[in-house]
Design a protein around this ligand. Sequence first.
Ligand code: B12
Ligand code: SF4
Length: 510
Amino acid sequence: MRALFVHPGPLLYTRVFLRLEPLGLEVVAEAARRAGHAVRLIDLQVEEHEDYHSIIAQWRPNFIAFSCNYLANVPEIVDLAKATKAVLPGSFICIGGHSASFIARDLLSHGEGGIDCVLKGEGEAGIVALMEVVNRDRAAIAEFPGVVAADGEGPPPRLVEDLNSQRPGRDLLRHRRKYFIGILDPAASIEFSRGCPWDCSFCSAWTFYGRSYRLISPERILEDLASIREPGVFIVDDVAFIHPEHGLAIGEAIARSGIRKKYYLETRSDVLLRNKEVFQFWKSFGLEYMFLGIEAIDEEGLRKFRKRVPLSKNFEALEFARSLGIQVAINIIADPDWDQDRFATIRQWCLEVPEIVNISINTPYPGTESWVTEARQLSTRDYRLFDIQHAVLPTRLPLWLFYRELLETQRVLFRKHFNWRNALLASSEALKLLMRGQTNFVRGMMLYNQTYNLEKMLNDHAQPVRYELPLPPSNARTAAAGPGTRKAANLYVHRPHQTPRADAQLQAGL
Ligand code: B12
Ligand code: SF4
């Protein structure tokens, strides 16, 4: 078949701070290519809709597969699918990815016949067999694992049997130098492990992967790393280095190989403290930036998000990261219920810590436990606003005042890092990048005020809504389901795995 794999356009975040290569889609596309299909990939984060339409018109693919990891991209994907079906009525259109897996039926109904199926779960596990079925007998697709189609739904999707046998089709991207994260410009992405053994209430990583946690071998990782030309590398794992021996083995293999890169990773405070030697070692050959999901600066907030990390551990982890000389970014979740005093307290706290602080907004997503337990009614069901940068629950303050406080907090934090000393450092880094022809970081900084702007945020809420998110299940039904994670029983995409004993101990902080 002629198969076109499509990543949708940028979100608010991507315009300023980072834009990363669509690694998941590359893995799925590569599986199809290795099975002998003619494959192309277009990433609309860095290309235009006209480029997409011209591939459709000239190459005329007969299989088009969209990646929908982010809810905010749903309207764009649905419109592209409909427009494609109108010009290529015989083509087969499929959607996969993280968010698509939780709202499969709704996507089909928004598509009004323009979407043939949603393939839930890990795409590389099912894409090749799905393409075979489409080729042979389209009527049979509804029996296929992970498929949701207009006339039926197959059994749950299967997990990939061996992650080491998968490869990302990195050469399929047409503009590799457009991906960056801060001053790691350009940057590539890489995967060391998949899944997460924890179960935070606001997150859908664990419900997607059925609470499984799998490792990729150091040999395979080294082979992948050796194929990467970019000097910056973003490690996409939800929580890096949960198993210290794995982190050390990868590190030793890299150090031996002589490959020099600068790395960015995300982890948890308790993992950082438990595996200090791994992070210390990684610092010695290129770990430069780390993201810690702190989420709240009070015990009550941490309990609500079920982070299973006491506040004191978070502060201890920050101290340790500082001592290593790693640049740390942390995330705090703002609640729409916050008033001006709460914002002022957070602003003060953020100014006192040297880290880069990112503020996101508490957003119940389908697939998370918050989606079924949140008692407040959504104030909007516009997919485009579900990007954790917009308030989708009722705000205690008038909406304009909530955004004014939030933007002011973000601006204070932005300025904190653009004081004269940092500005000098950043401008010398920026100059080096510009001299190498890399403009992503500098352009992002220049777009800050235009992107994070009160008028724009309010205007986003005033847009006509053509596609609405489904309603969360009624609170009455969830109350009957019982306490804790049992409420999440129906949320899983991949069937839940027995949590291995070691990981259960990790969660309990043993
Ligand atoms: C790395 C990452 C990022 C990277 C971007 C990666 C990228 N360019 O795609 C960064 C840091 C930029 C990022 C940012 C954000 N992210 Co993010 N991110 C992740 C993370 C941790 C891992 C994704 C990943 O690369 N996994 C590894 C690859 C191999 O898997 P994958 O992309 O999921 O692809 C697999 C399947 O989804 C599927 N698949 C994917 N595409 C397709 C297509 C087809 C046709 C098929 C059949 C299958 C398929 O098969 C793939 C291979 O198995 C996930 C959590 C998670 N574990 O999924 C959150 C996650 C996806 N992010 C999330 C969010 C909310 C965001 C942000 C909005 C906010 C934020 N600060 O985190 C921003 C906005 C991003 C933007 N586009 O502007 C949420 C999504 C929630 C939602 N329902 O929309 C997640 C689930 C985390 C969470 N807390 O729940 N993110
Ligand atoms: S530790 Fe991170 S990835 Fe795991 S469930 Fe919590 S927020 Fe999600």
